[in-house]
Design a protein around this ligand. Structure first.
Ligand SMILES: CC(C)(COP(=O)(O)OP(=O)(O)OC[C@H]1O[C@@H](n2cnc3c(N)ncnc32)[C@H](O)[C@@H]1OP(=O)(O)O)[C@@H](O)C(=O)NCCC(=O)NCCS
Length: 184
């Protein structure tokens, strides 16, 4: 897989030496507030995850999100497409921007826009979907901006911070992505 370039963001394959930074992110309660990763993770846990990830199909490998920082690229998060169903042509998207100073700058929206281009233009999927906790307003807004529509709600499907929260399912169909591209 070659590097995927957008206007301000690029997505590259994750390397073993990225794991230390990933480990910092997945132990930051603000970053993981709305993630299914919520228990303390050691470097060994993270290295084991990396090893299992390297055995996945090439199209399901974690991608590192980078933005320009002067003359170099700076790593701010990771993302990917998972659980690709080759018959029904669908896949689930995920994103974590671990560098909190980079939140609310539109990088999440651009990353998801790039991932959608990757899903439909490269992987030839028909449906890209994701799950987001109802309380994760920033993520939901960002996904809407990237073209995702809310299609359903799993009521009280997750227990976090002492209470249940709904999980929202959002998706983009290939036909919608094509129509959105024509509008732009
Ligand atoms: C969720 C995440 C991917 C979003 O990326 P981002 O780059 O921060 O988001 P963007 O800047 O693209 O868009 C955020 C939007 O939400 C809005 N927003 C942020 N906080 C908000 C709030 N409390 N209420 C309403 N809108 C809010 C922003 O104003 C912006 O919308 P606008 O451009 O219309 O003003 C990123 O913040 C992240 O990875 N967070 C930690 C992990 C996580 O939650 N991952 C998602 C799991 S489903």
């Amino acid at each position: 897989m070659s590097v995927i370039y957008g206007e301000r963001v690029r997505l590259r394959a994750a390397e073993r030496n990225d794991v230390n930074r990933f480990c910092v992110w997945v132990n930051d309660p603000e970053v993981t507030r709305y993630l299914s990763l919520y228990l303390p993770m050691s470097t060994v846990d993270e290295e084991n995850w990396f090893d299992s990830m390297t055995k996945r199909d090439q199209s399901e490998k974690t991608l590192v999100v980078e933005v320009r920082d002067g003359d170099v690229w700076k790593m701010i998060g990771n993302c990917g497409v998972f659980g690709i169903d080759p018959v029904n042509r669908l896949g689930e998207l995920g994103i974590m921007l671990g560098e909190k100073d980079e939140w609310n700058k539109g990088y999440g929206t651009e990353t998801m826009t790039l991932l959608l281009r990757h899903c439909f233009g490269t992987l030839n999927l028909n449906r890209a979907f994701l799950q987001v906790y109802a309380e994760n307003i920033r993520a939901k807004r960002s996904y809407e901006k990237a073209g995702f529509v809310e299609e359903g709600c799993l009521r009280e499907a997750v227990y976090r911070h002492g209470k249940y929260d709904d999980v929202i399912i959002m998706s983009v169909l290939r036909s919608e992505w094509v129509a959105q591209k024509k509008e732009k």
